[in-house]
Design a protein around this ligand. Structure first.
Ligand code: MG
Length: 238
């Protein structure tokens, strides 16, 4: 079975089993409590993260920067639920803007994309900047984003890139389900996320990296975050 199919099966099984409850082999990264948040997350300098806890969710609090997991991961399934505010200022480039970075480098974009749809010419926006895009690289297959103020679910299957020295021998790949709908089907990563530029394969500093959540001038909230490591041994065992 190739990696894309394995990723698909992993995610579909998780969804069929009811994704809201973490499976027994998951590392729970945020369970709605301050204790769980402090135990698993820091700011980008390793200090106590200053995002606010609101109604069992953590909120990307302006002026506090991005946050990252204390633990680092390579190949994983990541489940994360997110919500953009019900009330947003008139359309701007930060409406619902946030993101989930795998290994701290590869962004699955978060954005208000229910009303701000690139296919809607009244609200033009760049396609690979909408929710569930691999930011700057690939738009989602379809846009199943719910209304602002409603909770949305990502199930992400990520395989890290593999290098032989400085040469990339296998690009990383990302499969994403948004609200249960396949929106990225094993997208081969072109390289770490860039901004308004093409990226290229660059060797990460390590085989593992943190999950990073982005603070991008909008109080996006997160809840129910868990992760499963997908090791070679476990893949062979299937
Ligand atoms: Mg973003």
């Amino acid at each position: 079975m190739n990696r894309a199919v394995v990723g698909l099966v992993v995610a579909v099984v998780a969804l069929a089993a009811g994704a809201a409850k973490p499976p027994s082999d998951a590392v729970v990264l945020f369970d709605g409590t301050q204790k769980s948040f402090d135990a698993n997350w820091t700011d980008m300098k390793g200090r106590k993260a200053k995002w606010k806890l609101v109604d069992g969710a953590i909120e990307a609090t302006r002026g506090t920067g991005d946050i990252r997991t204390r633990r680092e991961f390579g190949d994983v399934q990541l489940h994360v639920e997110w919500q953009v505010p019900a009330k947003l200022p008139p359309y701007d480039m930060n409406s619902g803007n946030s993101g989930v970075f795998m290994m701290g480098l590869y962004e699955v974009q978060i954005f208000e994309s229910h009303e701000t749809d690139p296919a809607d010419m009244k609200h033009p926006f760049y396609a690979d900047g909408q929710a569930a895009s691999i930011y700057g690289q690939n738009p989602p297959l379809v846009n199943p984003t719910r209304r602002r103020g409603e909770w949305q679910t990502y199930d992400i299957v990520f395989y890290r890139p593999v290098f032989d020295g400085a040469k990339c021998v296998r690009p990383g790949s990302v499969t994403v389900f948004l609200n249960g709908v396949l929106v990225q089907d094993g997208w081969p990563l072109e390289g770490p996320t860039g901004h308004i530029r093409r990226t290229r394969q660059t060797k990460p500093p390590s085989d593992k990296g943190p999950v990073k959540l982005q603070q991008h001038l909008c109080p996006v909230r997160f809840r129910n975050v868990w992760i499963r490591e997908l090791t070679e041994t476990r893949r062979r065992a299937r």
